[in-house]
Design a protein around this ligand. Structure first.
Ligand code: AOF
Ligand code: ZN
Length: 374
């Protein structure tokens, strides 16, 4: 993007970091809109005072800047505004944020990253500059882009950002054949996984995982139960058992089954009766999905972020197709030995093109996070 990061001061970076944190509040709750953070700050010698705050409202509107300006009122005149995304220039359900910033008489706007939306794409910046407002772009851009990776993926590639979560034993196994759900990590790590579910719009698994483990795939952290994301099952032949436990809460937390045109209509109807939405995705002659096509369909639905939770074969196919953007690898403490199911990713077998972006410890278990470097 137009690199004007050199004009960002240390104070600018501090306020932008606060705006990015604010943007995370509504992560996953703003529909196809990104969750943007905006602050109105009255500059002072010592940095400044925040007089207005805004985060994109639930379902996507009103936008962050309008709310921050509303809170600031007259104090916005001559102030600096921090926005994690370029203020919009298009007329949607509300007038453009860029026009609102001009009307409010702000003196300076600091932006983390430009908006890839074709209706905006630099026009927001031009409106501000034409009105004589000083504009700084690229402030904490990498951090802001990470915070809205889902939106950028959907707008730029037409598909959701895909995170693969795996829990492996130290000898690189993700389970034991025919043993159903086995514990690889402890309770603290399992809670961390539930938090990851909260942060994504959908969880995706292959049908074998449902048949063998019978998981709920919901969030069961006290107070966050409502944040269970959509549960997606890759199930070409509509063989998800209608008695699967995940149907228990289908009315509250959607179940989306992706089946192929080869699935029996009766079985698909049975699953619909259990509360699932069954959507057809084209498959090959063996009834296998092309992972690219799966993500394309999920993009059409408008999903910005998906957490792929297994099993091994499903994970491997998305990894091999180069479609995984982030890997969260939990490593437990007890080895499995033989009859284990080998993980497609281990600490010593990381797919090419990934680098470590973070690590942590959850009880006795470790988490290593990798991201694709493009
Ligand atoms: C902003 N501030 O807080 C957000 C923005 O359907 P609409 O009218 O809400 O427009 C959606 C587009 O607006 C979305 O694709 C993105 O480009 C931008 N989102 N812009 O100025 C905000 N959430
Ligand atoms: Zn806007």
């Amino acid at each position: 993007m137009a690199e004007s990061a050199s004009l960002a001061t240390e104070a600018d970076r501090r306020f932008m970091a606060a705006a990015i944190r604010l943007s995370l509040w509504h992560q996953g709750l703003t529909g196809e809109n990104p969750s943007v953070g905006a602050l109105v700050v009255r500059p002072q010698a010592e940095g400044g005072t925040i007089v207005g705050r805004g985060v994109t409202a639930l379902s996507g509107r009103p936008h962050a800047e309008l709310q921050a300006l509303r809170e600031a009122g007259d104090a916005a005149r001559g102030a600096t505004v921090y926005a994690t995304l370029e203020p919009c220039s298009h007329i949607g359900k509300a007038p453009p944020c860029a026009d609102a910033l001009v009307a409010a008489g702000v003196a300076r706007v600091v932006i983390a990253t430009l908006d890839p939306d074709k209706r905006v794409a630099g026009r927001g910046v031009s409106i501000l500059e034409k009105a004589g407002i000083e504009v700084v772009t690229g402030c904490l851009e990498a951090e802001a882009r990470r915070a809205m990776a889902g939106f950028l993926s959907l707008k730029g590639r037409g598909r959701p950002f895909l995170t693969l979560k795996l829990a492996v034993s130290p000898d690189g196994m993700i389970g034991r054949r025919g043993a159903g759900q086995v514990s690889i990590t402890g309770d603290i790590a399992r809670r961390a996984v539930q938090m990851m579910r909260v942060e994504h719009e959908a969880i995706m698994v292959g049908v074998n995982t449902v048949a063998e483990d019978d998981p709920f795939l919901t969030v069961r952290l006290a107070g966050l139960e409502k944040r269970s994301p959509t549960r997606i099952i890759l199930d070409p032949f509509a063989r998800t058992p209608p008695v699967a436990r995940l149907f228990a809460e289908a009315a509250r937390h959607p179940v989306l089954i992706l089946a192929s045109e080869k699935a029996s209509r009766r079985q698909a109807d049975d699953l619909r009766e259990k509360g699932a939405v069954v959507q057809t995705v084209v498959s090959d002659y063996r009834g296998r999905f092309d992972p690219r096509e799966v993500l394309r369909v999920l993009g059409i639905i408008g999903l910005k972020s998906v957490l792929l939770e297994g099993g091994a074969e499903t994970a491997r196919r998305f990894v091999d197709a180069g479609l995984v953007d982030r890997i969260s690898l939990f490593v437990g403490t007890s080895t499995f030995g033989q009859d284990g199911i080998a993980s497609p990713v281990t600490e010593t077998a990381v797919p090419p093109g990934f680098e470590i972006v973070g690590s942590g410890r959850y009880g006795d278990d470790r988490l290593i996070e990798y991201e694709r470097i493009d």
